[in-house]
Design a protein around this ligand. Structure first.
Ligand code: CMP
Length: 147
């Protein structure tokens, strides 16, 4: 992928993005323009990336590492490389639905609200994947705890 903003001084994001399923249907030109929108950020284990109930400003894609998703303190999912999160607040303008915490040191790509909108506008196949993911998660939220 093309050069991008990089807050960690690492090229690992660039190399790993090639294998991310979310981007698999994009043309080279779409991949290049998307790469310019994203910022690669290294994250230390233990950091909260979203906090349930707070407003959300960023969409994130995991390049490396693992994150937990908790609602009311209960673990609802574990996310890894290729997974995305933070889309629900940005799409709905609602507070964060869950707390996402880095369980290991991580490398993530981040997009702010404006960059996220551009990404969806420019890449219909990717927009569909993000929306399908959001709707599935919404159903899981509706279903509530399994017990
Ligand atoms: P958002 O509500 O912006 O912030 C918390 C994020 O956690 C949410 O977007 C989703 O991306 C993610 N999330 C919420 N519920 C689930 C779930 N059941 N499985 C995986 N990820 C989830």
């Amino acid at each position: 992928m093309a050069s991008r903003k990089n807050r960690g001084g690492t090229d690992t994001c660039q190399a790993a993005l090639e294998g991310i399923g979310l981007f698999s249907e994009l043309t080279r030109a779409q991949q290049k323009s998307l790469a310019r929108l994203m910022t690669c950020v290294p994250v230390k284990a233990g950091r909260a990336l979203t906090t349930e109930g707070q407003s959300g400003r960023e969409f994130m894609i995991i390049v490396d590492g693992q994150a937990s998703v908790r609602r009311d303190g209960r673990l609802v999912a574990t996310l890894g490389p290729g997974d995305f999160f933070g889309e629900m607040s940005l799409i709905a303008g609602a507070p964060r639905s869950a707390t996402v915490t880095a369980e290991t040191d991580m490398l993530i790509e981040t997009l702010n609200r404006r960059e996220f909108s551009s990404m969806l506008d420019e890449n219909p196949s990717l927009a569909r994947k993000v929306l399908v993911g959001a709707v599935k998660r919404l159903h899981e939220l509706d279903a509530g705890p399994a017990d």
